[in-house]
Design a protein around this ligand. Sequence first.
Ligand SMILES: Nc1ncnc2c1ncn2[C@@H]1O[C@H](COP(=O)(O)OP(=O)(O)OP(=O)(O)O)[C@@H](O)[C@H]1O
Ligand SMILES: O=C(O)C1=C[C@@H](O)[C@@H](O)[C@H](O)C1
Ligand SMILES: [Mg+2]
Length: 180
Amino acid sequence: MNPASGLPRNIVLIGFMGCGKTTIGRILARMLGCPFVDLDLLIEQKAGMPISRIFSERGEAYFRLVEAAVLHELAAPGPPRIISTGGGIITRRRSRTLLKQLGYVVWLQAPVDTILERTGRNRDRPLLETDDPAARIQALLDQRMPLYRASADLEIDTAGLDPEETACGILESARYHFAH
Ligand SMILES: Nc1ncnc2c1ncn2[C@@H]1O[C@H](COP(=O)(O)OP(=O)(O)OP(=O)(O)O)[C@@H](O)[C@H]1O
Ligand SMILES: O=C(O)C1=C[C@@H](O)[C@@H](O)[C@H](O)C1
Ligand SMILES: [Mg+2]
């Protein structure tokens, strides 16, 4: 699994907002010399507006429909790549099934205070636009933890690691997984 031979299958990153799916996905793709796709970006392209506007003008249910449709499109044949998802991709049963079919699924984790700190750096996450984002994060994590767990081939705690270290750990595990 080197840049010359390419990935045998996709690596799919899942996890809560701010756990590093986009950041680490980009690093992995650069390390492997393979394509990178970010589902949130594809959703924005398909809807023709930023995520914050999709939520405010069309609502979360519409966002989830577009999210599921975009994930479905990624199942079409194509070169293996790194796929970073949005934090809520696991909330739909059909999408959870599809994730598993898409490739090696890596769940990036971080504790609430780390998520709060990382997501506080910008304001493009409508679900955290509340007076008490820590409570919202905890409530969403309580709902979602079992869904992330059920979808993942590998779990990684990113707290205390820099993104490059996390990417190296993922590569090592993926190499082992793909070789066996
Ligand atoms: N392992 C890490 N260590 C330190 N900072 C990180 C790490 N991973 C991500 N960050 C920082 O946290 C912020 C959020 O990361 P990122 O956008 O990659 O998260 P995400 O999981 O894609 O979130 P979302 O679900 O909202 O798209 C960025 O500023 C990024 O630099
Ligand atoms: O956790 C979520 O539900 C979300 C995470 C982001 O990646 C975006 O997909 C959007 O802000 C919703
Ligand atoms: Mg992201």
